[in-house]
Design a protein around this ligand. Structure first.
Ligand SMILES: [Zn+2]
Length: 256
């Protein structure tokens, strides 16, 4: 009797793991803007809704929006220029570019669906072309649908881990940690893809793409000895990024 229930447990566990991966395969689609095939479980409308819903809270976490309307308008105009001159214009996303009041944290990020942010701490160190590089990189995250892809991947791993836990106890936590590493590694891939798209958008808007390399140097200096483990695990080494950015410049320079 005990033996039988053990077999059933393994069977159910395997079925859950199999379900997770079949679902992953059936939700794989090619991104029309990057040509990369990816695992996505939400629509563009859902991405936009999530982004719009979380935007006020994200702004609040960074001290709200920077109060100077002139600088807000400047960030918005550089962002819009990148959108209007690139494939971003043809996507369903609603782009908004916000300058955050935070003057301590060097950061920029994008929410799914087009809400892009840069902190004053980073903004204040950049010239216009470098700002275009940072915003182009963030538009790259939106077009690359990186958040939606991470959400879909973590759903798969959660389901698979649950299956493995049901089926074979400790296997669940092993699979869980493999999933964690995979998500982090994909996170690094996201950064490289966004850097490449950022370079392309800079060229298409008439900015000097070599300024993107200066952005990396600014980030490297800013990270300094205070670089956190989280930063290290989710961001590729700036040197590695610079090498890839140079490759992207060579690739796109003659297409601008
Ligand atoms: Zn990024």
């Amino acid at each position: 009797m005990r033996r039988g229930s053990w077999k059933i447990r393994i069977f159910i566990g395997l079925a859950i793991v199999a379900f997770a991966f079949i679902q992953k395969c059936s939700n794989t689609e090619e991104n029309p803007y990057t040509g990369r095939s990816q695992h996505i479980t939400m629509s563009a409308d859902q991405e936009i809704a999530i982004g719009l819903q979380s935007a006020p809270e994200m702004a609040q976490q960074h001290g709200g929006l920077y109060p100077d309307q002139r600088l807000q308008a400047f960030v918005e105009s550089v962002g819009n220029k990148l959108v209007q001159n690139s494939i971003a214009r043809e996507t369903p996303y609603q782009y908004d570019f916000h300058l955050l009041a935070d003057d301590q944290t060097i950061n920029a990020f994008a929410l799914p669906g087009g809400q892009c942010f840069i902190t004053y701490a980073l903004f204040s160190q950049l010239n216009e072309a470098q700002l275009a590089g940072v915003l182009g990189h963030e538009i790259g995250h939106v077009i690359g649908r990186h958040s939606a892809e991470r959400i879909a991947d973590s759903q798969t791993w959660q389901t698979a881990t649950m299956g493995a836990t049901v089926g074979a106890g400790d296997m669940g936590s092993i699979l869980g940690s493999i999933g964690q590493n995979t998500l982090l590694k994909n996170g690094r891939g996201d950064e490289l893809e966004s850097d490449e798209l950022g370079v392309l958008f800079m060229i298409q808007s008439g900015y000097d793409p070599y300024e993107m390399i200066k952005v990396m140097e600014i980030l490297k200096t800013a990270a300094g000895p205070n670089r956190t483990p989280e930063f290290q695990s989710t961001h590729p080494d700036p040197e590695n990024r610079i090498a890839k950015i140079k490759e992207a410049i060579d690739k796109y320079k003659n297409q601008g």
